[in-house]
Design a protein around this ligand. Structure first.
Ligand code: FAD
Length: 448
């Protein structure tokens, strides 16, 4: 090829690149103001961003592509309920994540950055790179913080592949759980739950029941003792399920040490230290230790004007701000199931404020659910609302939900992951309502 032709080709390429970059510059992820900004693209953020888009479209007042921006620096989106299934050897951990950018549809402007500060007085946020973005409406969906460091020695123990210490509470460690559980031939298996608020408060014992069942089914039950050390006063917050779980615990010979909060792990000597209600501590030897770490609000929320006294996102002071999911101050159990109930309500209230200027005031009843695996092929489906009152969807047809059943097991193992990846985060799945969006008092236009 002649040098003149080469030069002409190079010019053409450079030209086309500058066109691409100028298109990117003007694209919807580089504006400094959006109609709606959603912070966090986890279970709550993706679900609600898509529901909001769908709601305006159904009302005949569609938003333009890029009117809604979603911010999140994470490379992956995680289906966290799947980590329990990985810990039980039922799924591979790669099945529990997908690249975030592959899940953000073109009608949402994806800004791959985290928010550093919130300034609701000026309806603006500032990102980690210092970019200021203003909004007409804001939805905060940042999740919560897992405080691994609050347990002395835990990060080191988790990083050591031969320590016998593991946790389903992160992508990195959930496969170590199955490795350790399956490898154990004899000794003391200890499962912990911290005092205080955590996401999916049933998960610490779900993984214990799966391990217990594995040991019985593989003929190791007599050589391995299983104990539940919990910072909480009972097996579960809702009395009905707690009583049933405690009965199961006694029947199965599983130790229940209540009011025991894990504070330190000495991996070299395989000793766990628990703090009791009276302030004293007790050291316990273990062969296998499964840790559910303490959790709390993220610093970006805790240090913002949106925080309540405990640091959770609380927004009533600002008429154009909403919070959903684990970051919110809603006094209910923090689950993806709760998000399926919160998202359509948030969407309807936001839609009403934006389109009529009036807050419709649709109230959330605190619905949440905890699919409590009690063994392979069995699950107790806890569903409840504010006041820790059961609110069961299937009891009428399938019998009392405190009785473990195979049907509920398959909901958790097969149906929920499928519904999550294929419908929930696209804004088309409404939890206990399935594909049917709950009905609300009419705003301006009611979508079907
Ligand atoms: C082991 C385990 C088992 C579980 N089991 C169940 C179950 O069986 N059933 C159930 O319903 N739920 C279960 N859950 C709980 C469920 O996964 C969570 O409640 C749910 O994912 C919460 O969604 P979220 O959007 O609030 O937070 P997340 O899904 O955690 O998403 C938060 C997002 O916000 C992003 N973010 C954080 N800070 C910022 C910032 N400053 N700026 C921008 N973005 C930010 C994060 O990167 C993340 O992508 C389980 C959780 C775990 C860990």
């Amino acid at each position: 090829m002649s040098s003149a032709l080469l030069a002409a080709r190079k010019r053409a390429l450079l030209g086309s690149r500058s066109v691409v970059s100028s298109v990117r510059w003007a694209s919807s992820d580089s504006k400094d103001k959006y109609k709606i900004v959603v912070v966090g693209a986890g279970s709550g953020g993706l679900t609600v961003a898509n529901q909001i888009f769908n709601r305006f479209k159904a009302a005949g007042t569609p938003l333009n592509e890029g009117d809604i921006a979603i911010l999140d620096a994470n490379e992956y989106h995680y289906y966290q309920p799947g980590w329990t299934l990985v810990g039980a050897g039922l799924k591979q951990k790669t099945e529990t994540r997908q690249p975030l950018k592959s899940l953000v549809p073109s009608h949402l402007a994806h800004i791959p950055e985290n928010v550093q500060s919130f300034t609701p007085k000026t309806s603006s946020i500032t990102t980690a790179s210092g970019r200021t973005i203003s909004y007409e409406s804001l939805v905060v969906a940042t999740g919560l913080k897992t405080n691994w460091d609050n347990i002395a020695g835990l990060p080191k123990a988790l990083a050591d592949s031969s320590s016998g210490v593991s946790s389903i509470y992160s992508y990195d460690t959930c496969d170590k759980v199955w490795h350790d559980v399956d490898a154990l031939r004899s000794g003391k298996a200890i499962f912990t739950q911290p005092a205080g608020v955590i996401k999916c408060a049933g998960a610490p014992q779900k993984i214990m029941w799966m391990a217990w069942d594995r040991y019985q089914k593989s003929g190791r039950g007599d050589q391995i003792s299983v104990d539940f050390y919990t910072g909480m006063p009972s097996m579960f917050s809702v009395k009905k399920y707690s009583d049933a779980l405690n009965e199961l615990r006694i029947q199965r010979g599983v130790g229940g040490l209540f009011g025991h909060n894990l504070v330190a792990v000495d991996a070299d000597n395989r000793k766990a230290t628990f703090k009791k209600g009276d302030g004293s501590t007790v050291d316990v030897d273990y062969t296998l230790l499964h840790v559910s770490p303490p959790m709390g609000p993220l610093d970006a929320i805790k240090n913002s004007p949106l925080a309540d006294e405990a640091g959770w996102a609380y927004e009533p002071e600002y008429g154009n701000v909403w919070a959903i999911g684990d970051c919110s101050s809603l006094p209910t159990s923090k689950t993806a199931a709760a998000i399926t109930a919160q998202a359509p309500i948030l969407t309807e209230n936001l839609f009403s404020v934006v389109s009529t200027g009036k807050d419709l005031g649709v109230a959330y009843d605190g619905y949440t659910s905890c699919p409590l695996l009690t063994g392979y092929g069995q699950l107790m489906l806890a569903e409840f609302k504010y006041g820790l009152e059961p609110k069961e969807s299937f009891a009428e047809y399938l019998g009392d939900q405190k009785t473990p059943s195979r049907i509920y097991y398959h909901l958790k193992k097969d149906l929920f992951p499928w519904a999550y990846w294929n419908h929930m985060i696209q804004g088309r799945w409404f939890g206990s309502h399935g594909f049917f969006r709950p009905k609300f008092p009419a705003t301006t236009n009611t979508p079907q």
